[in-house]
Design a protein around this ligand. Structure first.
Ligand code: NAP
Length: 250
C-alpha cells in the first residue's frame, strides 16, 4: 500500500490540500499545537513538534512517508529548514506550498525591514501611533520603538508583551475587510501600520486601507528559507504529488 503524504500545516492552504487529497489517498497533517482546539481536518492529524531535524527524519522513515509538503506559514522559518534537512536525509520528495508575497501598488508607502529590531528603531521616524499586526511573532524588539504609541492586534493574547510604556492590545481574528480596516485606522488615529508580508487575501485589506489613507507601512520581510521545489497553485501541488508519489496500482 502507498505510504502517506505528510503535510506540515497550520495554514488555510494546508487544510485545502488535505481536503483535496484525503478522499483518494492517505494524508497526515502535522500541526505545531499552537491552537488549543484545532478544527478537525480530513485525513489523519498529528500534533506537536517532531524534535528537530532528527525527529522529523525518524518520523518520515517510521511512517514511510512518500512525499512531504511544507504548507506552513511563510514566517515559520525553523520548520521549513527542518523539513528541507530531513527530506534530504531521507530522500523524501519535498515541495513547499507557498503563498505569493504581496506586491506594492501605486500609492503604497512601504518601507521594508529584514528584522524587527531594525523596524522598531526606525518606526518613530514613520509615525506617532502604530497598528502592529505581526501574528504570533516575538514582539519584544518593539520595546525599541521609543516615544510612540503602539496598538497591537492579535488573535490570542500575546504570551509576552513588549516592555513599552504606551501599549494597547486589540484581540480580533480575520478575515478583515477594507471598510473595517479603514475605520479602525481612522478612528484610532493610526498613522503607521506594521505588518509582515504574509500574502493571501484574509489580511490584505489593511494594506489597501493604509494606501487609501496615505499611511506608511513598515513591512517585515519574509525570513530566508532553504531553496526547495515550490508551487503556489493547488493544481500544481496536486500534479507534483502525483508525479513524486503515484498511487500504487494506478
Ligand atoms: P517555526 O518557528 O518555524 O517552528 C518552531 C518549531 O515548532 C519547529 O521547529 C517544530 O518543532 C514546531 N513546528 C512548527 N510547525 C510545525 C508543524 N506544522 N508540525 C509540527 N511541528 C511544527 O514555526 P512557528 O512560526 O512557531 O509556526 C508554528 C505553526 O503555526 C506552523 O505550523 C505554521 O504554519 C503555523 N502558523 C504560523 C504563523 C506564523 O506567524 N509564524 C501563522 C499562522 C500559522 P520541532 O523542531 O520540535 O519539530
Amino acid at each position: 500500500m502507498t505510504g502517506p503524504v505528510l503535510i506540515l500545516g497550520g495554514t488555510a492552504e494546508a487544510r485545502r490540500l488535505a481536503e483535496r487529497l484525503a478522499p483518494a489517498r492517505r494524508v497526515i497533517t502535522s500541526l505545531a499545537g499552537r491552537t488549543g482546539a484545532p478544527t478537525a481536518l480530513p485525513g489523519e492529524t498529528r500534533i506537536g513538534g517532531f524534535g528537530g531535524v532528527a525527529g522529523l527524519a525518524a518520523y518520515l522513515r517510521a511512517h514511510r512517508v512518500v512525499a512531504l509538503i511544507d504548507a506552513t506559514h511563510p514566517y515559520a522559518a525553523r520548520m521549513a529548514a527542518n523539513a528541507a534537512a530531513a527530506a534530504l536525509d531521507c530522500g523524501t520528495p519535498l515541495l513547499r506550498y507557498d503563498r505569493p508575497t504581496w506586491q506594492p501598488k501605486p500609492g503604497d508607502k512601504w518601507v521594508e525591514y529584514d528584522d524587527l529590531i531594525a523596524l522598531a528603531a526606525a518606526l518613530p521616524n514613520l509615525g506617532r501611533h502604530a497598528l502592529v499586526t505581526l501574528g504570533g511573532a516575538d514582539l519584544s524588539a518593539l520595546s525599541g520603538a521609543l516615544g510612540m504609541r503602539l496598538t497591537l492586534r492579535a488573535i490570542d493574547p500575546p504570551a509576552r508583551l513588549p516592555d513599552h510604556p504606551d501599549l494597547d492590545v486589540i484581540l480580533d481574528r480575520g478575515p478583515f475587510d477594507l471598510a473595517g480596516e479603514r475605520a479602525l485606522l481612522s478612528q484610532r488615529g493610526i498613522d503607521v501600520l506594521v505588518s509582515r508580508n504574509a500574502g493571501g487575501q484574509a489580511t490584505r485589506a489593511k494594506l489597501d486601507a493604509a494606501r487609501d489613507l496615505g499611511i506608511p507601512v513598515a513591512l517585515l520581510r519574509r525570513p530566508v528559507r532553504p531553496v526547495t521545489a515550490s508551487a503556489t497553485e493547488m493544481e500544481a501541488v496536486l500534479r507534483w504529488i502525483e508525479d513524486a508519489a503515484p498511487i500504487e496500482g494506478e
